[in-house]
Design a protein around this ligand. Structure first.
Ligand code: 13P
Length: 260
């Protein structure tokens, strides 16, 4: 499979799961199961409280650490928030931004996604910026306009270089945690649309180099078909990333698509 020099990326979003002890157990096993995966970037995103301990386990491992959110201010009177530099300090190199759960339950807006993405880049983190439509938006035929608004909102005042330093994740909300994975064709259609929109906003070269993950009920048995599509460069995995064997199988099957 030709990925236009885009290295696929499989990231596990653990959401609000796992104690520190459980997190350490999971990555300790993952480290053993996932070896020789140079053709794919692998990232795990635990809760804040487990970041530092997981980072210790991942020393000398190819597996990278990510957080699930950040705040755009560096420091100060912002009770309960965590900044990009503190995530770096805890060992993270990636951060998920604008996940649909943050947008739905925590009132994230285009503007907060924009500010957080800027702040993440400034801190030297790789943002994984999430977009995706609700079921009712898909059923109303609004998928493309919703995605377009999310991209335009997220990337106000962005440069080509900034876009080149991040990862996008297309997560149709109706496919998250529902077991209802988008078909490879449904996902590809939106990924191609995203790439076209990014090309319009930031030029063809930036769009071609941008990695776009798919997220929503990804499992070991559907990852390969998704990744065979031209514009799908990996996955953001929720539920199936909580089990070391299941996540390792996903990574293995992703690798099998890249080495043809
Ligand atoms: P599931 O894989 O559990 O559907 O979750 C997807 C997701 O939200 C990843 O960020």
């Amino acid at each position: 499979m030709e990925f236009m020099n885009r290295k696929p990326i499989i990231a596990g979003n653990w959401k609000l799961n796992k104690t520190i002890k459980e997190a350490i157990e999971l990555v300790t096993l993952l480290k053993r199961l996932i070896q020789d995966t140079q053709s794919v970037d692998v990232v795990v995103c635990p809760v804040y409280t487990a970041l530092s301990d997981v980072s210790e386990v991942l020393i000398e491992s190819e597996i990278k650490l990510g957080a699930q959110d950040l705040y755009w201010e560096e420091k100060g009177a912002f009770t309960g928030e965590v900044s990009g530099s503190l995530l770096k300090d805890a060992g993270a190199s990636y951060v998920i931004i604008g996940h649909s759960e943050r947008r739905q339950f925590f009132h994230e807006t285009h503007e907060t996604v924009n500010k957080k993405t800027k702040a993440a880049l400034k801190a030297g983190l790789i943002p994984i910026v999430c977009v995706g439509e609700l079921l009712k938006e898909r059923e109303a035929g609004q998928t493309f306009e919703v995605i377009q608004r999310q991209l335009e909102g997220a990337f106000v005042n962005f440069s080509k270089e900034e876009i080149q330093a991040l990862v996008l994740a297309y997560e149709p909300v109706w496919a998250i945690g529902t077991g209802k994975v988008a078909t490879p064709q449904q996902a590809q259609e939106v990924h191609a649309f995203i790439r076209k929109e990014i090309a319009k906003m930031f030029g063809a070269e930036t769009a071609t180099s941008l990695r776009i993950q798919y997220g929503g009920s990804v499992k070991a048995d559907n990852i390969a078909d998704l990744m065979r599509e031209a514009d799908i460069d990996g996955a953001l995995v929720g539920g199936a990333s909580l089990d070391a064997n299941g996540f390792a199988d996903i990574v293995r099957n992703a690798v099998s698509v890249t080495v043809k």
